[in-house]
Design a protein around this ligand. Structure first.
Ligand code: NAD
Length: 272
C-alpha cells in the first residue's frame, strides 16, 4: 500500500464524517480505503478489534484519525457501545465502510461438504454477513441527511473457489443483504453497495489454504494480467462513498483486474 500521503489529494469527501470498520494493519483493505478517504478530506473514526490497537494507532495518527473504538461485532453490547461513541463523537455521519470477515481456517481447506461444522457455519455468517446488517441499521440511525454504506466481498460468493468454502456462502449472504439494505434504506437516501475485490495479500487471505494460489491465478488469468491494487479498491470505495456515486445502490462492483469475466483461461495460463 502506498503511503497515505502519496495519494492524490482532493476534496471529494470534504465535510463528510464516517466510520471505517476493520483496519487490522497496513495491509488491510480497510486501511487502503481509509487512507484514500483521508486524502479526499473525510473525517473518520475506526472500529477495531482491541488486540489490534498497537498496530492501528500509528496508522490512524498518520491520517489524523483520533477515535479508535474497540468493537467485537458478535457482541451486541460492544456494537451498542461502539455506535454510542460514534454518535457522541460526530453526532451524525455520512458513510460506513465494513471490511470484516472471519472463519475458522481449519474449515477453509479441502472439502466444503465434509469439513463445514454447524458452529463455524453460524459464526462465519455472524461475523462476515450479519455484522454488516447490524452495523448498517445502527449507522443509518445516524444518517439523517442520507449516506453511503460499503462492504467488501469476493467472487467465491458467485463461483466455487477451492478452499474458500463456507466463506463463499457467507459472502453470498453478504451480497444478498447488500441488496435488501439498499432497498430498505433507499427512501432515506442511504445507498448500500459491495465491492468484490480480487485477491489481495492480507491477514485474511493468509487464513485461506492456498491463498497464494488465488493471487497467482488472478495475475495469470485476469485480462489485465496483474494483481488487484488496493488503491484501486479504495478508488472504487471513494466513488461509492462520495457524491459521485449518488445513483448507484444495491450493486456489487468487481475490482479484480477483470478476473471474474474469465470462464476458461488461455492454454498457457495468460493471454498473449
Ligand atoms: P484483514 O484481516 O486486514 O481484515 C479483516 C478484519 O476483520 C480485521 O480488521 C479483523 O480485526 C476484523 N474482524 C474479524 N473478526 C472480527 C470480529 N469478530 N469483530 C470485529 N472485527 C473482526 O483482511 P482484509 O483482506 O483486508 O479483509 C477485509 C475484507 O475484505 C473482508 O471482508 C474480506 O473477506 C474482504 N476481501 C478480502 C480479499 C483479499 O484477497 N484479501 C478479497 C476480497 C474481499
Amino acid at each position: 500500500m502506498a503511503d497515505a500521503y502519496d495519494l492524490p489529494k482532493g476534496d471529494l469527501m470534504a465535510g463528510k464524517r464516517g466510520v471505517v470498520m476493520g483496519v487490522a494493519n497496513a495491509n488491510s483493505i480497510a486501511w487502503g480505503i481509509a487512507a484514500q478517504l483521508a486524502a479526499q478530506g473525510a473525517e473518520m473514526a475506526f472500529t477495531i478489534m482491541e488486540m489490534m490497537e498497537k498496530r492501528v494507532r500509528p496508522l490512524a495518527d498518520s491520517i489524523g484519525v483520533k477515535t479508535l473504538i474497540p468493537c467485537e461485532v458478535t457482541d451486541d453490547a460492544s456494537m451498542e457501545a461502539a455506535f454510542k461513541t460514534i454518535e457522541d463523537t460526530f453526532g451524525t455521519i455520512d458513510f460506513l465502510v465494513h471490511s470484516i470477515a472471519f472463519s475458522d481456517k481449519n474449515e477453509l481447506k479441502g472439502s466444503f461438504v465434509e469439513n463445514t461444522t454447524r458452529g463455524n457455519f453460524a459464526r462465519s455468517m455472524d461475523i462476515s454477513a450479519y455484522s454488516f446488517v447490524d452495523a448498517s441499521r445502527r449507522a443509518a440511525r445516524l444518517m439523517p441527511r442520507g449516506g453511503s454504506l460499503v462492504t467488501l466481498t469476493y467472487l467465491g460468493s458467485e463461483r466455487t473457489i477451492p478452499n474458500y468454502n463456507v466463506m463463499g456462502v457467507a459472502k453470498a449472504a453478504l451480497e444478498a443483504s447488500t441488496r435488501y439494505i439498499a432497498r430498505d434504506l433507499g427512501p432515506k437516501k442511504i445507498r448500500c453497495n459491495a465491492i468484490s475485490a480480487g485477491a489481495v495479500r492480507t491477514l485474511s487471505l493468509a487464513g485461506i489454504s492456498g491463498g497464494r494460489g488465488m493471487l497467482a491465478h488472478g495475475r495469470a488469468w485476469a485480462p489485465l494480467q496483474e494483481d488487484t491494487a488496493v488503491e484501486s479498491v479504495a478508488g472504487c470505495a471513494l466513488w461509492l462513498l462520495s457524491d459521485l456515486g449518488r445513483s448507484t445502490t444495491g450493486e456489487v462492483v468487481h475490482v479484480d483486474a477483470g478476473f471474474h469475466i474469465v470462464g476458461l483461461p488461455d492454454e498457457e495460463g495468460g493471454a498473449e
